[in-house]
Design a protein around this ligand. Structure first.
Ligand SMILES: O=c1[nH]cnc2c1ncn2[C@@H]1O[C@H](CO)[C@@H](O)[C@H]1O
Ligand SMILES: [Zn+2]
Length: 362
């Protein structure tokens, strides 16, 4: 008898998460407590339930720019070492509690300097917090490893500085780099120096591309910048013909991405909120998975989407009838695409994922 697929059983399956924003995943209660501590009075609500609902409703805006406005409040309460340590520790605990065994969590250090912290102090605080959270999760019986990606914000001009920061901390679980923020008007090629530097350093990076903007952004990210993975990348469907259209199914860019096994960090709930997809059922993840792109499933912002890795998969189960073999495929895809070493990835696949799914997949 195979195990039924529901939120409870999905939570117990080992999962891997590659695209999750630290400042998009705070517990509502923590936002409130941190705001009280520093005398921040601009929160729209001060009870966790109402505040949580406010984040989701406001992020549900149909446009990336408006969605990003909700980060003003989370960023405002994360300006001290104490706050950063706490938020990172709770992030690791929450992910582990949801059955995530390996995660890459990202944030932009340049946003947390309003209280006078240096970039180095920001990174050290977050790394300390993740180590605390991993320890506390282990004590609760949940094993997790958290790697960090440092983001540069597309609208600022600090990408090379942040890339250097990422390389400086590469031996302390900072495993890569990303650019985030508004996509339209800020093509990834604005930051070519940073990507050139990272390639020279044999360092890893992904780029948010093809979320709010189309194919040119994806093409630049891959062919000019050299991104190893794509954050979202949903618009790659614009280079794929509808079934029955005649002609080649995949255009040259879509073929390249599939042939090279370039991982797509897909975040269905977030995309529905920003208008990048109409609904989960209409989300390109279904088509891209059928075509065997290297699809991975992610949360993006757990606070703004009121989601978890498990709830995201439950949505796919509802919309596409996905079962354990599909969850295993998405999970192994993600682990293959992680920015840690090959032997470490293999170790998780062979010793954590395979035994975990052996019990679930009939
Ligand atoms: O889906 C997204 N697309 C682009 N940028 C994003 C998305 N979600 C969050 N951020 C941005 O990334 C920063 C660092 O974590 C956040 O502060 C937010 O501005
Ligand atoms: Zn994102």
């Amino acid at each position: 008898m195979s195990t039924p697929v529901n939120l409870d059983t999905i939570r117990r399956a080992p999962k891997v998460l590659l695209h999750d924003h630290l400042d998009g995943g705070l517990r509502p209660q923590t936002v409130i407590e941190l705001a009280q501590r520093i005398g921040y009075h601009d929160l729209p609500y001060t009870t966790p339930t109402e505040l949580g609902k406010w984040f989701v409703a406001s992020a549900d805006s149909g446009a990336l720019e408006r969605y990003l406005e909700t980060f003003v409040h989370t960023v405002a309460v994360m300006q001290t070492r104490e706050a950063l340590v706490r938020v990172a520790a709770e992030c690791a605990e929450d992910l582990a509690d949801d059955g995530v065994v390996y995660a890459e969590v990202r944030y932009a250090p340049e946003l947390f300097q309003e209280g006078g912290l240096s970039l180095d102090e920001v990174v050290q605080a977050v790394q300390d917090g993740f180590r605390d959270g991993e320890r506390r999760a282990a004590e609760a019986g949940n094993r997790i490893r958290v790697g960090t990606l440092l983001c540069a914000m597309r609208q600022n001009a600090r990408a090379t500085e942040i890339a250097r920061l990422a390389v400086r901390y590469r031996d302390t679980e900072v495993v890569g780099f990303d650019i985030a923020g508004p996509e339209a008007g800020y093509p990834p090629t604005r930051n070519l120096d940073a990507f050139e530097y990272l390639r020279q350093q044999n360092a890893h990076f992904t780029i948010h591309a093809g979320e709010a903007f189309g194919l040119p952004s994806i093409w630049e990210a891959i062919q000019h910048c050299g991104a190893e993975r794509l954050g979202h990348g949903v618009r790659i469907v614009d280079d794929i013909a509808a079934p029955g259209d005649g002609g080649p199914e995949l255009g040259r860019l879509a073929s390249y991405i599939r042939d090279r096994r370039i991982p797509l960090e897909m975040c269905p709930s977030s995309n529905v909120q920003t208008g990048a997809a109409e609904s989960i059922a209409a989300h390109p993840i279904g088509r891209l998975a059928d075509l065997r792109f290297r699809v991975t499933l992610n949360t993006d912002n757990r606070l703004m989407s009121d989601c978890t890795m498990s709830s995201e998969f439950a949505e796919l189960h509802e919309a596409f009838g996905y079962g354990w073999a599909d969850l295993r495929w998405l999970t192994v895809n993600a682990m293959k695409s992680a920015f840690i070493g090959f032997d470490e990835r293999l170790d998780v696949i062979n010793n954590v994922l395979k035994p975990g799914y052996a019990q679930l997949v009939p």
